[in-house]
Design a protein around this ligand. Sequence first.
Ligand SMILES: [Zn+2]
Ligand SMILES: [Zn+2]
Length: 268
Amino acid sequence: MSEESGLKPSTPPLAEPPNPAKTPRHWTRMIDSLMPERLCQYCHGLSQNGSLCQSCLQVLTDRQPRCYQCALPLLSQSHDDHRSCGECLSKPPAFERSVTAGSYQPPINHWLNNFKLRRNLRDGHLLYQLLLAQIERLYRGQALPKLLIPVPLHCSRLFLRSFNQSAWLARQLQKSLRIDTLNGVSRSSSGRAQKRLNRRQRQHNLNGVFHIKPLALSILRGQHVALIDDVVTTSATARVISQQLIDAGAARVDIWCLARTDKTGFQH
Ligand SMILES: [Zn+2]
Ligand SMILES: [Zn+2]
């Protein structure tokens, strides 16, 4: 993949990867130099699927019970896939359901930081492959959204970083799932940095920040859409944008993200 050339190797795996079918090391190196796209980026065994081989995909697939709406991990085991956490029950968000590649923990958080801050597309592909596997698993037999809407970066941050990871992710999903992308949300102000704010402060901080583009209104009407974000922490951004999408006429909003923080520790 030409877009990956010149990138540094991804963070070394922190969990033990599966045995790559006992491929001898010199063979692995030789194959890697001849056709690096055929090797799993996690265990360096042969891969037919892309960045991750089937074994690693199995090992790394998140199967934790999660809130159907916000994807926060749930403590109790249950076969009911439609359970909500207490927070979503008491203050239901405008979005219907959330799907995440996994928790914001190793190795996902390392890959995410490499992808987001260092534009390491190889790690971006690892995360994307995990998210795609989750979407295929969790939507089996159900209708997929009809539009993908990436969370926008403020233009000053876009300029500084010159990379909107959510837009990149939406393009990959568009290719795999054949769902159109709509850049239907703009961001007029970056607001205060969100990092140290609790969720109520974050939501207040985001008031008036996001806008549905006028051209998107007629396309959105009555549509089931997926909002694409890199990491969901307090869900403040997801709540604000999805409410605006519903107010603008969208029939349903789902959240697709690369990582979900496990316990926010924020006041709700
Ligand atoms: Zn592997
Ligand atoms: Zn929830």
